[in-house]
Design a protein around this ligand. Structure first.
Ligand code: SF4
Length: 236
C-alpha cells in the first residue's frame, strides 16, 4: 500500500479528473488557524523524504491507466512541493500524456528548485487569503522570516515566467478582507500577479464558518467585483 490518498474521479469541463494527496500527513510551511487539516506539526519548507514512494507512484500509475484520466490534480495535505519525489511524480504522470494541475499555497514558488518543478505542470493554483502583514502572521502563522510582501512577490514573479495556466484562488474571510478597502487591495494584488483565472472562495467549513463566513449577498458582490477586474485584464 502506498502513502497517497485519492478522491473519487469527477468530471470537470468534460475532463476526467483524478485528485491525489501525495503527503502521508500534514506538512506545510504555514499553520493557518482555519486549516481544514488541523495544526501543522510538521512545519517545513525543505524537501522531505517519505517511505513507500516507489509503490505509491506505481499505484498512481495504475489508477491513471485504469480510469481513463485526463487530468491529475495534486491537492495535498499541506504543501505538496515539499515531497522530495514530487518531480518524479509529475514526470510519471506526464509520461502517460496526462495533464497535471498542482495546488500550492504559493510561497515556495519563489525558490528556484520549486519553480523548476512547478513549471512542469500544465496548471498551477496559488492562493491568497489575507492582505495585511499582521493578519498574515496572525492567522496564517507561516515559518519564521516569511512576509506577505515576499509571498505576493514570489507568486507574481513565478507567474511572469510561467508558460502554463496560473489560477489564483482568493478566499474572502469575514473581518479580514471583506471591506471595500481590502477589495481594492486585492484588486491590486490581482493586477500584480496577473493570473489566467481567478477563483473567489469563502469559508465553507462548518467549523470556521461562524468566525470567517460571509453572507451570500456580500459574497456575490465581492465575486462580481473581483471577476470583473479579471475581464478587464484580459482585454488589455
Ligand atoms: S496553507 Fe493550506 S494546508 Fe497549509 S496550513 Fe494553510 S490552509 Fe492548511
Amino acid at each position: 500500500m502506498g502513502i497517497f490518498s485519492y478522491k473519487d474521479i469527477y468530471i470537470e469541463d468534460g475532463k476526467r479528473v483524478l485528485e491525489v494527496n501525495i503527503l502521508p500527513e500534514k506538512y506545510c510551511n504555514f499553520d493557518c488557524i482555519f486549516c481544514p487539516i488541523g495544526r501543522s506539526h510538521n512545519k517545513v519548507d525543505k524537501p522531505q523524504a517519505f517511505d513507500d514512494m516507489d509503490s505509491s507512484i506505481n499505484e498512481l500509475e495504475t489508477k491513471i491507466e485504469n480510469n481513463n484520466v485526463d487530468l491529475v490534480f495534486i491537492n495535498s495535505k499541506g504543501e505538496a512541493l515539499v515531497n522530495n519525489k514530487i518531480d518524479s511524480i509529475i514526470d510519471k504522470i506526464k509520461s502517460k500524456g496526462i495533464n497535471v494541475r498542482l495546488l500550492s499555497n504559493g510561497y515556495l514558488l519563489g525558490r528556484d528548485e520549486y519553480i523548476k518543478i512547478a513549471n512542469k505542470c500544465d496548471e498551477v493554483v496559488g492562493e491568497i487569503k489575507v492582505i495585511t502583514e499582521e493578519d498574515f502572521q496572525k492567522i496564517q502563522r507561516p515559518l519564521e522570516g516569511y512576509t506577505l510582501k515576499e509571498y505576493i512577490s514570489n507568486v507574481a514573479l513565478f507567474n511572469k515566467q510561467y508558460k502554463g495556466k496560473f489560477i489564483l484562488e482568493i478566499t474572502i474571510l469575514k473581518g479580514y478582507n471583506d471591506d471595500e478597502d481590502s477589495i481594492n487591495k486585492i484588486k491590486n494584488i490581482i493586477n500584480q500577479i496577473s493570473p489566467d483565472k481567478i477563483i473567489v472562495a469563502r469559508m465553507e467549513d462548518e467549523r470556521f464558518k461562524k468566525k470567517f463566513g460571509i453572507t451570500d449577498e456580500r459574497f456575490i458582490e465581492i465575486s462580481n467585483a473581483l471577476l470583473n477586474i479579471k475581464q478587464c485584464l484580459n482585454k488589455k
